[in-house]
Structures are given as C-alpha cells and as structure tokens.
Write a protein that binds this ligand. Structure first.
Ligand code: G6P
Length: 603
C-alpha cells in the first residue's frame, strides 16, 4: 500500500525527483512520509506525519543530492507518527519498505538478544536491523540481502542505502511490486509506474526473491543466489499527462468524465467487427461454473458480471470476496473457471487467492487494469481493461471498464452456448457501439446532481435500495458515498428491508433506489412505498416513464430506455457523480479519503 521510490542520478536533483515521485505515489498511502539522501559523508533522514507537502516543508531547501530513497506510508504496524514513518535506520543500513514482515516478532527477539534495540513499533525497523546484522557479519550488502531473503517471511519491496556505499542504491522484492527504470541521467526504483512517468515510460520488473544494484550509471539484476540476471525492457503505453489531473480539481471527477472513452477503448477491440472481434475473447463453453474473485469495487463489478453470465449465458456464477475465498474450500475442477478482477493487479488478498487456485491447478482468467502487474502475470489468461491510470482512491472508470469486459464475456458465452441467437448478439453489440453517445448527456448534467447533493450532504445516513442488477449497482453507489463523504450508507436488497433494517427509516430518511427491470420494478416500488409510509424521502433512478410519474417519488432521474446491457453504465455514473458532489459540499479530501489506500498490498 505504501509508495516507495529510489533515485541514483548524475544530476544533483534527486531530492526533487523523490518528492515529485512521492506525490504521484501518494494515492498508495498518505498518513506519513519521509526520505533519506546522501549529503557529503552522511545519510540525512527527514520524516513527518502527514502528507508529502508537509514533508516538502521540512526539507532543508539548501540541500541537494544525487542519491536517495523516499516513502509515503499507509500504517500497518504502529500508528501514523514521525517515529514509525520511513525511512528507518539501524546501524549502517537505511531502508524504505512496502509490505509486511510477518515473522518480525520472532526476528525482533533474536536481534534483541544480539544487542539491537528498537524505537518504533514497525516491522520495517526489524527488517532494517536484520539487514544491518548480516551486513556487519559479511561486510557486503548483497550478501546481507541474500540471507535476509531466506529469513524474512512476508512481503516486501525495499529500497536500501548503506552508510559505507554512498553511491549505490539497492532494491529487493517479494510479493510487493517493484520496478526499475532509467532516464538519460538517472536510474530509479519505484513501487509503481506513475512515480517515474515524468522521466521515462520504459521500465524493468523485479520478480520475487530478486534484487537490483543501482548506481547513477547502471542497474544490475540478481537472483537470490547472487547470480546476474538479464531483464527484458517493458514499455508503458501512456504519457505523463495520463497521471495528472489536467484542468480538473480532483482525479476522481476527471476519471468519472473519462468513462465514455475508457469504456469504449476497453470494448472496441471486441466489438469493432461484430462477431469476429467478439471471438477474440476467451471461450467459456467448457465451464459448468465460474467463480469470480475480487475485493471492493472490483467485487461489485463481479456481481454485475454474475447477473449477465447467469441471465444470458446460463452459467452459474459465485462471486467471492478474495479475503474469504483464499481460506475456504474451493471445489475446483476442469469445468470451473476462476476469474480474478482487479484494477491494480496487486491486491494482496486477490493475489493470494489466485496463488491458491494455481496450486490446485484451477483454470484462471484475469480482468486487470495495470499492465504487467502481479495478478496479470500470474493468471493463465489476462484481458486488460483500458481504463488508463486510475489515481483517485475511489474507483470509477476501472469499475465500468471491468463491467464492460464481463458483459462482453457474457455475450460471447451466450452466443457459443446458443442461449442467444446470432441476430440478438449482433443487435446488442450494435447498441454497445453507441454507448458513448448515451453517456455524454449524463455527464454534462452536473447541476442535477449538485441539486440533490445540496439536499443530502448534511444527512446522517442514506439508504440505497434495489433488486437484481439494480441491487448490485446500488451497492457500488453506496460504497462510493461511504468512501469519499463518510456518510454511513446502507445498501439493501429492497425485499430484505423489512426483515430488520426498516427500523432505521424515520422522517426524512433519504432512500436512493433504481428501477430498471420491468419484472422487478413493481416489487421494488412497493418496498419504496413502505418506506414512504414511514416518512422516507425517495430519490429514484429509472428508465420507466410510468414509475417516474408516481406521486410518492420525491425526485426522479429518468434514463433513456435501452437494453439491459447498457443499464449498468447509465445507473452507476449518476451515483458516482452524486457521491462526488456530496463529498465536495462536505469539504472532504476526495482523492485521498480518510484511512483508505488505492492498492491494498497487505492482507
Ligand atoms: C481498495 C481500493 C478500492 C478497490 C479495492 C480493490 O480497497 O480502495 O477502490 O476497489 O482495493 O482493488 P483492486 O486494485 O484489486 O481492484
């Protein structure tokens, strides 16, 4: 979750490069930050609780450096304060770390018996002491790294400076992402590509139990035995603008607005030439069951996928939270496909669930946004969503891109299995080709959401209700609101409300609901009227003109009538915008909500 960067430069601009990189990585964690750099004969460390801008203020403006490491933290062990912030220094070694050293208590006891003492509550300080211990024994950083890799259990991406080798930076990794990159005068290590996009878009990937030695002139790669490795240069298909806010005040609104393009970019290769392009998607014909595994918003995309795969392709689907799936009995066979959905491709629980399925020799497919991420590289087959860099912690454009792929998979499977006729599939494909034009008006209508936000932003709680596909979409809508506005929002299947939760409805409780399925809408409407009878205020999203006229509805957003395949996009965009406008009125830190982080690389 934390962001790390290291710089070895022929210039004396390393400090600026580290700070700039950390700003780009801040979405990974932002409760404290720090950096270490070489100044004359010393390693100078500056750290602070808070954000990168707080760190920037603390740094001595006269200082220049050509080598250093930086860190932006999402606390795991120990509260967010200056002592627990990285870098940590023990003896001759200074490190920044992303991940968790699981056996740190045991290692700590051992190191204490050798005379080490600890100031912070972090596992990272223990990792640092362990590296120092082996460095003192061997007088070689490389040897210390090799032994460390044998002894430390858990996950780590580490950037390391040694007091005795001030022109060299070391990077090592297991289970947490780490890339290396070179520009014309600088070599970098970083946890994520946006950190280096300003300087280059080519990079190298470090695999588990590998390390790199970085100087201003070169980067060398080694395996855990210290044998040199050749690495393939990778290219990241985006410019530095992709990771900037442009003229928008927040990344989130920029990313919401990008959706007509990102959804189209994701679908285009599979819809441009009708059935011929749809056939580029993997065949699902041989599978009797699909398990979809994901976390957070990606899990909600999975729920939407389940709806389409079951309704149109008649394939039973289980949608499982990765944190549960990784420990449950799996019932896999050659007729079960497990689909992993992840924006970052690094979510620890999703990755661990994938490793388990691979161990049990299950068939795997990934729907992933970040190219060459750990999950993308580990699945049997990957379909990349084309959402581009998603920086705001609350996911929007990655969600709609994931849904787009799942809908197309359902169409492919329905065609293959004969549950839909060719003509029907072609009609839906044609409709999807015109999606962009249908989304644009929804996005240009911000006053509508601003008006509702005015009514809702001071509420203590908000309910979201729906049935079937509407329920899945409402869950995502409620999550967006909770994440960025901190208003407790409960999402309920409309029919379940009176089995307990309706006791929370009182005078003026806001209920947001969507009705887009003629078979279920009358039922949902009855449930809404039950809340109305208890004083609730109802905000309805629907494509049914008759419902829109109902006198019990306080506010209506009437959507264009389309096939069900377009509904997820038409319903979720208003919910994203509403959450955004509410959070804006509440003056929340929209792109970096309290306690959250974008890529959750710890369990
Ligand atoms: C975190 C983020 C969510 C995201 C979830 C899964 O909780 O805050 O926005 O949906 O992780 O992330 P992934 O990268 O696997 O899609």
């Amino acid at each position: 979750m934390c962001g790390i960067i290291g710089v070895a430069s022929k210039t004396n601009q390393a400090l600026q490069m580290i700070l700039q990189g950390l700003e780009k990585l801040e979405y990974r964690g932002y409760d404290s930050a720090g950096l270490a750099y070489v100044k004359e004969n010393n390693i100078v460390i500056t750290k602070t609780k808070g954000r990168i801008k707080d760190l920037e203020e603390k740094i001595n403006k006269q200082d220049h450096a050509s080598i250093g490491i930086g860190h932006t933290r999402w606390a795991t062990h120990g509260e967010a304060n200056e002592i627990n912030a990285h870098p940590h220094q023990v003896g001759k070694i200074t490190i920044v770390h992303n991940g968790i050293i699981e056996n740190y208590q045991e290692l700590k006891k051992k190191l204490e018996s050798f005379g080490y003492s600890f100031r912070s509550s972090t596992d990272t300080e223990v990792a640092c002491a362990l590296l120092d211990y082996y460095y003192q024994q061997t007088k070689s950083v490389e040897k210390a790294i090799q032994v460390f890799m044998k002894e430390a259990i858990g996950s780590y991406a580490i950037g390391l400076l040694c007091q005795e080798e001030k022109e060299t930076l070391y990077a090592l990794k297991k289970d947490s992402p780490l890339i290396l990159a070179s520009s014309k005068d600088t070599n970098f290590m970083a946890s994520d590509i946006p950190a280096i996009l300003e300087y280059t878009n080519t990079y190298y990937l470090l695999d588990d139990y590998e390390y790199a030695v970085i100087t201003q002139d070169q980067i060398s790669f080694y395996n855990k035995e210290g044998e040199p490795l050749q690495k393939e240069e990778k290219h990241y298909d985006a410019t530095k603008e992709a990771s900037s806010k442009g003229s928008y005040p927040h990344y989130m609104i920029k990313e919401i607005m990008e959706q007509p393009d990102t959804i189209w970019k994701t679908m285009e290769p599979f819809v441009e030439d009708g059935l011929a392009s749809l056939k580029k998607l993997p065949s699902l014909k041989k599978y009797d069951r699909i398990d979809i595994v994901a976390c957070g918003t990606a899990w909600h995309a999975g729920l939407v996928g389940k709806y389409f795969l079951e309704e149109y392709a008649s394939i039973p689907v289980d949608v499982c939270l990765a944190s549960e799936y990784r420990y449950k009995r799996l019932f896999l066979s050659s007729r079960v496909l497990v689909i992993f959905i992840s924006q970052s491709g690094e979510t620890a629980d999703t990755l661990a669930a994938l490793k388990r399925v691979k161990q049990e020799e299950g068939d795997t497919l990934g729907i992933i946004n970040v190219k060459d991420s750990s999950i993308a590289r580990f699945v049997d087959r990957v379909i990349y969503t084309q959402a581009g860099c998603e920086i705001a912690v609350a996911s929007t454009k990655a969600f709609t891109a994931q849904v787009a792929i799942l809908i197309l998979l359902a169409l492919t499977a329905a065609y293959e299995k004969g549950t839909m006729k060719e003509k029907e599939v072609l009609t839906f494909l044609e409709e999807l080709r015109h999606l962009k034009a249908k989304l644009t008006p929804l996005l240009s209508n911000r006053e509508v959401y601003q008006k509702i936000a005015e009514e809702l932003y001071q509420k203590e709680d908000i309910f979201y209700l729906g049935r079937g596909l509407d329920y899945d979409l409402m869950m995502e809508g409620a999550l967006k609101l909770k994440e960025i506005s901190y208003i407790p929002s409960v999402c309920y299947a409309a029919g379940e409300l009176k089995h307990g939760t309706i006791s929370l409805v009182k005078e003026a409780t806001p209920i947001i609901a969507s009705c887009t399925n003629p078979l279920l809408d009358p039922k949902t409407m009855s449930n809404l009227k039950e809340t109305k009878a208890r004083g609730a205020k109802i905000y309805l999203i629907t494509n049914n003109e008759e419902l829109a006229k109902d006198k019990d509805i306080d506010s209506v957003l009437l959507l264009e009538k389309t096939s069900e395949f377009l509904v997820p996009f038409l319903v979720i965009i208003p919910l994203q915008l509403l959450a955004y406008e509410i959070a804006l009125l509440r003056k929340c830190d929209i792109d970096k909500p309290r306690n959250l982080a974008k890529a959750v690389t710890v369990e």
